[in-house]
Write a protein that binds this ligand. Structure first.
Ligand code: ADP
Length: 160
């Protein structure tokens, strides 16, 4: 029997953007079950709490069946083993993502031989998008429509 493809798309998602959702939709098509997981890493000084980030992801991915949203602390490969994921998805934007992602993929493969890391490229209209640029624009009062879903836009506005 073919192995069930269980995907894991990890990230900070602080907050989730249309670029993340583009990658999640592509990953969703490639596996039987997709887990989107917020990495609880307080050293990154996040704007939204883990619970808020999970909640925003749940609201914005509810149209995708078989998507589970969760959070984890610690090593990515340990969480992948725990949920029996056999594919890790990461998004690649411009060259800037490549070096870090390449290094992490090889480290993760050394730590967990059975896992494959798959890089997905978003629609080019999202290639420049990052959570940090969205936070900056929102902080300065700019309009973030088109970059983030409406619930995220509201959440950013409510922070003020
Ligand atoms: P991390 O802190 O793990 O990089 P992010 O939330 O910034 O978390 O990103 C999670 C994943 O989504 C990473 O693989 C990142 O490259 C990818 N990603 C983020 N924004 C985009 C985008 N606009 N297009 C494609 N991939 C993206």
């Amino acid at each position: 029997m073919p192995t069930k493809r269980i995907g894991l798309y990890p990230g900070s998602f602080d907050p989730v953007t249309n670029g993340h959702l583009d990658i999640a939709e592509r990953a969703f098509k490639l596996c039987d079950e997709l887990h989107i997981a917020v990495v609880a890493n307080p050293s990154k000084n996040p704007l939204f709490s883990v619970e808020e980030r999970v909640d925003l992801l749940k609201q914005t991915t509810k149209h995708l069946k078989n998507v589970k949203v969760s959070s984890f602390e610690g090593l990515l490969v340990d969480y992948a083993k725990e949920i029996k994921a056999n594919i890790i998805f990461r998004g690649l934007r411009a060259v800037s993502d490549f070096e870090y992602e390449f290094q992490m993929a090889l480290i993760n493969r050394n730590l967990h031989k059975e896992i494959e890391v798959v890089f997905l490229v978003p629609n080019e209209k999202f290639i420049f998008l990052s959570s940090s640029s969205i936070k900056e624009v929102a902080k300065l009062g700019g309009d973030v429509s088109g970059f983030v879903p409406a619930v995220v836009k509201r959440a950013l506005r409510d922070l003020k």
